[in-house]
Design a protein. Sequence first.
Length: 134
Amino acid sequence: MKKLFLMSVMALFCLMTANAQKTEVPQTNQKVETIVEQMPEYPGGKPALISYIQNNIKYPQDAAKQGVHGRVVLKFVVETDGSISDIEVIKSVFPSLDAEGLRLVKSMPKWTPGKQDGKPVRVRYILPISFNLQ
């Protein structure tokens, strides 16, 4: 009787552990497009995107002290639900400027997803962010 109880508890523990390890994975196995019929768009369009960047950018003090400026270029994927994923710097300027560019993109609201044949698709997007001392 003890063996049966112990085996039941172990089986239940194994099932609970297996279920706890299941995670929802975004649809990253879907192809990422680069050009589609309707490209993804920041809410409000390009003027709103420019305004968002201007209002939220924080020039890193270490870069400002050293007089570093330039254009950080980032690429990311706009998912079918408008969320942003796979963010990376493809043109680096200075570590803290790169980090600020990443922070800005990570904090963006959801975009309007790109569409192909009327269906939302994953689209790669490239965004340059200029850092200028004034």
